[in-house]
Design a protein around this ligand. Structure first.
Ligand code: XMP
Length: 498
């Protein structure tokens, strides 16, 4: 355990020990390397005590960053997304379900409809879950047919019954419940079909295997998956009100990890919520945010499976300006990492990542993974539309404690009466000054491509350190502090950049 912090006088005047540092204050010293190609390095990382990822990247639980499509993209890349909590518990659980239904070895509980449903209902389900077909069943789950987007594409009467346009049972290719993946692949291929319903001896539906799921296994070999071959996903909860009801819905929907999300995580509120969730369910729980070894220790002592580090470091944060509190991110990570090592619990560096080099520094300083908001906020998979300004494309981004985010939250809770609305306009919400800002994030295209660039930098960084694993990066890394002249030298200089 680090000694500082026990003596309150030393703590108050800790500035005497030299300035706290962040990413731009340091560089990593190149080391002898026998890594011949960047492909040789292994980017596997511990997210929590029990969950491992293929890459050390987590998308932030922000309403401008992570809903189902971001979580799906992140998991396919080998990372994970954490669904934000600024929607109703039902909506958040539905986002989890969308991720869980997006692919699996075998869908145990496929979406179904009855034969007398209207095709307008079918269209709604297909759109909402982004899937290509629904199994049609009758009484006792007897298989009756299959309805795909192709069957209804040109149907213009929404009241048409599903039974009139579906592919009927006699024309469906099926397999028994225990079919092997190889046999399923062969059946799909030989019969040129996309969906293979699994039925028992009484022709009752027991599952579904799709060609797109099998293809995705080939397309995304490093995807983060659970035991059933479904993508991993996390979900955030708060610490007040009905957070336990929300947690139950999320766990029931299949969330692999919960994030107890509170701005000041070194607090009795966070610890009580963590303990309550851990007592109620056997689920992995990340807690944050804190910025000190004491905060990290107290959360780990209380049972956290990972702790998020970062107070005021995010791209949209003004906590440090508004409250005067925070710890520059590199120091926060380094000091918390000492405690984390003692407890054998991973820490997540959350906020302030702007470049692949920042990720390498955060990992080298002791973080197991990094959480990213702003860098992913302008991607195709982040929620919200693309906006055009002066001929350039952007997406809206904002802090979760910003004025508009708080206002939207209040509105969705039905609390925006006239008086509150006025308070909001004046910038004061129940005495709380906003601690986040709104802005425009550059449009960045596909998440997959952004993540590929970030991981390319991490792989390269590991080869500069002469290591093949993130664990060895932490062991081998040597930081040096730099001056503003050194920083200037690090940037492109003396050219007219294209
Ligand atoms: P980046 O730099 O990746 O940081 O955009 C994302 C992290 O910022 C935190 N966050 C906030 N912090 N006020 C804050 O002080 C806010 O309004 C706010 N919104 C998000 C959060 O930890 C996120 O993961």
């Amino acid at each position: 355990m680090p000694k500082r912090g026990n003596n309150s006088k030393i703590r108050r005047f800790a500035a005497h020990r030299g300035p706290a540092l962040t990413f731009d204050d340091v560089l990593l010293v190149p080391k002898y390397s026998d890594v011949r190609t960047r492909r040789d390095v292994d980017t596997h990382a511990r997210l929590t005590t029990k969950i491992e990822l293929g890459i050390p990247i987590v998308s932030a639980n922000m309403d401008v960053v992570t809903e189902a499509s971001m979580a799906i993209a992140m998991a396919r890349c080998g990372g994970i997304g954490i669904i934000h909590r600024f929607i109703t518990a039902e909506e958040e659980a539905r986002e989890i379900e969308k991720v869980k239904r997006s692919e699996s070895l075998m869908i145990e509980n496929p979406l179904t409809l009855g034969p007398d449903s209207k095709i307008s209902d079918a269209k709604k389900v297909l759109d909402e879950y982004g899937i290509g077909g629904i199994v049609i069943i009758g009484e006792g789950r007897k298989l009756l047919g299959m309805l795909t987007t192709r069957d209804i594409m040109l149907q213009d009467n929404p009241a048409t019954k599903v039974r009139e346009v579906m592919t009927p049972r006699k024309r469906l290719v099926t397999a028994p419940p225990n079919v092997s993946l190889n046999d399923a692949y062969k059946l799909l291929k030989d019969n040129k079909v996309e969906k293979l319903p699994l039925v028992d001896k009484s022709d009752r539906l027991t599952g579904l295997i799709t060609s797109s799921d099998l293809l995705k296994r080939i397309q995304f070999p490093n995807a983060s998956k659970d035991k059933k071959g479904r993508l991993l996903v996390g979900a955030a909860i708060g610490v007040k009100g009905d957070y336990m009801d929300r947690a139950k819905k999320l766990v029931d929907a299949g969330a692999d990890v919960l994030v107890v999300d509170i701005a000041h995580g070194h607090s009795s509120n966070a610890i009580d919520a963590l303990k309550a969730v851990k007592k109620a369910w056997d689920v992995q729980v990340i807690v944050g945010n804190v910025a000190t070894p004491e905060g990290t220790r107290d959360l780990m002592k209380a049972g956290a499976d990972a702790v998020k580090i970062g107070v005021g470091s995010g791209s949209i944060c003004v906590t440090r300006i508004v409250t005067g509190f925070g710890v520059p991110q590199l120091t926060a990570i380094m000091e918390s990492a000492i405690v984390a090592e003692d407890y054998g619990v991973p820490i997540i560096a959350d906020g302030g990542i702007r470049t692949p080099g920042d990720i390498v520094k955060a990992l080298a300083a002791g973080a197991s993974t990094v959480m990213i908001g702003g860098l992913l906020a302008g991607t195709d998979e982040s929620p919200g539309p693309v906006v055009l300004k002066n001929g350039r494309k952007y997406k809206l981004t904002r802090g979760m404690a910003s004025l508009t985010a708080t206002l939207d939250r209040r509105r969705s809770e039905g609390a925006a009466d006239a008086i509150r609305e006025k308070e909001v306009v004046e910038g004061v919400l129940e005495g709380r000054t906003p601690e986040g800002v709104e802005g425009l994030a550059d449009y960045k295209g596909k998440t997959e491509e952004v993540v590929r660039d970030l991981i390319g930098g991490v792989r390269s960084g590991m080869s500069y350190c002469g290591v093949r694993s993130l664990k060895d990066l932490q062991k081998n890394a040597e930081f040096i502090r730099i001056t503003s002249a050194g920083f200037k030298e690090s940037m492109p200089h003396d050219i007219h950049q294209m």
